[in-house]
Design a protein around this ligand. Structure first.
Ligand code: APR
Length: 173
């Protein structure tokens, strides 16, 4: 039975098949979780990303994990929050769906997501985590892989929001 786990950690430390990077469309690194992943993975990650030639918002790209514990990094580009009437919800949902599709295609068993778009891109956290949880549950209900999806929150406050949203989602379904 596929499982969803919510934890508080630095995503670069997780020993899973793939960690997801909240990247920007250049895929050439940045701050936040993007900066942390590139620092931990080492320069070979940037070299591979350079060869990818960028990634449109909502889409995902697979690279090696290099010095990370994770074998792969799935880079996805979340939407910048502009108030909610510019297709942000659907683009964020697409980030989760496309990342899971890539993981399934690669036959990966475990994947960890950060809270995409809720930092520098200012997407409201509660709204984002409901979209994330809903998309992941829907995907796992119709796919055998991945079988473990981890929501890696960077703070205890974020983790509490995810756990509350997950409880409510489980009640309503
Ligand atoms: N592990 C897990 N989560 C982390 C880590 C980490 N090491 N570092 C930051 N986070 C969390 C943040 O606390 C936030 O909840 O990742 C979430 C996403 O925040 P950002 O990294 O700011 O990503 P995002 O909001 O999607 O903005 C992307 O920021 O870093 C740049 O290059 C990136 O331009 C892109 C933009």
């Amino acid at each position: 039975m596929p499982s969803i786990e919510i934890l508080q950690a630095d995503i670069t430390t997780l020993d899973v098949d793939a960690i997801v990077n909240a990247a920007n469309s250049s895929l050439l690194g940045g701050g936040g979780v993007d900066g942390a992943i590139h620092r931990a993975a080492g320069p070979e990650l940037l070299a591979e990303c350079r060869a990818l030639g960028g990634c449109p918002t909502g889409e995902a790209r697979l690279t090696g994990g290099y010095r990370l514990a994770a074998r792969f990094v799935i880079h996805t580009v979340g939407p910048v929050w502009h108030g909610g009437s510019h297709g942000e919800d659907e683009l964020l949902a697409a980030c989760y769906r496309n990342s899971l599709e890539l993981a399934a295609r690669q036959q990966l068993r475990s994947i960890a997501f950060p809270s995409i778009s809720t930092g520098v891109y200012r997407f409201p956290l509660e709204r984002a985590c409901c979209i994330a949880l809903r998309e992941v549950r829907a995907f796992l209900a119709t796919h055998p892989l991945p079988e473990r999806v981890l929501f890696c929150c960077f703070s205890a406050a974020d983790r509490a929001v995810y756990e509350q949203a997950y409880t409510e989602l489980a009640k309503s379904s």
